[in-house]
Design a protein around this ligand. Structure first.
Ligand code: ADP
Length: 303
């Protein structure tokens, strides 16, 4: 199986134990999912589609892709741009984020329809998110949605996490409409209930799942923090309880890692409730570690 994630990876500066020192890393929702998928399924060819610059930090990011087992052949290098950056601040244990991504190279990722169709042609499962859509201008958004629609029409599977981030959109109504367009080109939709309820007034996770089925998805898995995961697959619905955890360290990338485990399981023909249980176990490890990319328990990798 060949997997392609499309989106933005950013440089991350995270505070270290030494006062005033920061550690440079790389993270971003779709990249995190690709990273976890490459960890748990080394047999899957994982590629990332994005745009970076040609400067040293862009080069380091590409090296990080390769070192993580992620193929960078579909990464475009734009000479006049560089990658986005975010910095994590800690205030009495609370994390807050400052972003410099307004001019990032990734905003140009969907300007070339040929590059998109070629990359999707090399994949069986294509994954993108609401953040991928949010960072693009209107024309690029159309180009990406069209390429996804075409890919789906020739039998590729399309997976989408709405990842609602109102701060990335000029107005909420644009986000609300465009996310539904993303769902309309997708087979698998992986939303998080808390955000969906706020922006679509869904009364419960069933309403979220039904809305995405009406948009055209065949499989919807609704995450809901520590609460049960609701799913619908080809008209069959169910819920899976989330194993209780004694401590939560940092919920960054919980949903991203969860999505990786769902896609890995579905690809292997695992029944969806079992995929969900596995995804909860994986996300459960991720929320008990710090940062987006948490090394997984070797026992988990052997499954
Ligand atoms: P997102 O990160 O997309 O907002 P959620 O917060 O809904 O997603 O979490 C995704 C998954 O992570 C959940 O379905 C669950 O498996 C796990 N998870 C998140 N928060 C907790 C928690 N407090 N306790 C146990 N598992 C959790």
């Amino acid at each position: 199986m060949r997997f392609l994630a499309i989106g933005e990876c950013m440089a991350e500066l995270a505070p270290t134990a030494a006062q005033g020192d920061y550690h440079l890393g790389f993270a971003g929702d779709t990249f995190n999912t690709a990273w976890y998928l490459a960890r748990i399924r080394p047999d899957i060819a994982v590629a990332y589609f994005t745009a970076v610059g040609t400067d040293t930090i862009s080069q380091k990011m590409r090296e990080a892709f390769s070192q993580s087992g992620i193929d960078d052949r579909h990464v475009q290098a734009l000479p006049d741009r560089t990658v986005g950056l975010y910095l994590i601040s800690l205030d009495n244990g609370e994390r807050s984020f400052s972003y410099w991504r307004g001019q990032s190279a990734a905003r140009q990722l969907a300007q070339d329809p040929q590059a998109l169709s070629q990359a999707m042609g090399d994949a069986d499962l294509v994954y993108f998110s609401g953040i991928t859509l949010a960072i693009l201008d209107a024309a690029s958004r159309e180009t990406l949605l069209k390429a996804l629609r075409n890919a789906r029409a020739v039998g590729k599977t399309i997976a989408f996490d709405p990842n609602l981030r109102p701060s990335l959109w000029s107005e909420p109504s644009l986000m609300i409409d465009t996310i539904m367009q993303g769902a309309a080109v997708s087979d698998i939709v992986l939303p998080s209930f808390e955000d969906e309820a706020r922006w679509y007034q869904d009364a419960d996770p069933t309403a979220t799942a039904d809305r995405y089925v009406s948009a055209g998805a065949t499989t919807v898995v609704v995450k809901n923090g520590p609460d049960p995961v609701h799913y619908i697959q080809d008209g069959v619905t169910g819920t899976v309880p989330v194993p209780l955890l004694s401590s939560i360290v940092d919920t960054t990338a919980a949903g991203d890692s969860f999505n990786a485990a769902i896609m890995a399981g579905l690809e292997g023909g695992t029944p969806l409730p079992d995929c969900i249980l596995n995804a909860c176990r994986m996300a459960g490890q991720v929320v008990q570690g710090k940062g987006a990319l948490v090394p997984l328990d070797p026992g988990f990798l052997d499954q």
